[in-house]
Design a protein around this ligand. Structure first.
Ligand SMILES: [Cu+2]
Length: 112
């Protein structure tokens, strides 16, 4: 009985794992980021899953440059305009998003 119970636990855990890894990746994800004063970003911790097709829209109230590290994507912002970049989140990790001219960390992009 115990052996059967252990097997059932493994089967259920395996099923959950497969569900978690297959059902959430490769989705279309749109992230809208609002940058104010070159110092703050909302939301400041956007997330995606590996292989998601990510669209990032950056709106800033200040001219400047937003740099997504790791993916090395640059948004050359003009006050009040929205900039869009599309890419596949092929790398996992925690990637800083920076206001380039001052090196201020606006937040993190997390890919799991
Ligand atoms: Cu940078």
């Amino acid at each position: 009985m115990i052996a059967v119970g252990v097997v059932i636990v493994f089967v259920v855990a395996g099923g959950i794992l497969i569900y978690a890894t297959t059902s959430h990746s490769g989705q279309n994800v749109t992230i809208n980021l609002n940058v104010t004063g070159g110092t703050k970003m909302n939301p400041d911790n956007p997330t995606a899953h590996q292989n998601d097709k990510v669209t990032i829209n950056v709106t800033s109230d200040t001219d400047g440059e937003v740099h997504l590290h790791g993916y090395d994507i640059h948004f050359h912002t003009k006050a009040g305009q929205t900039l869009t970049q599309k890419f596949t989140a092929d790398k996992t990790g925690d990637f800083p998003i920076e206001w380039e001219s001052t090196g201020t960390e606006l937040g993190h992009f997390q890919v799991t």
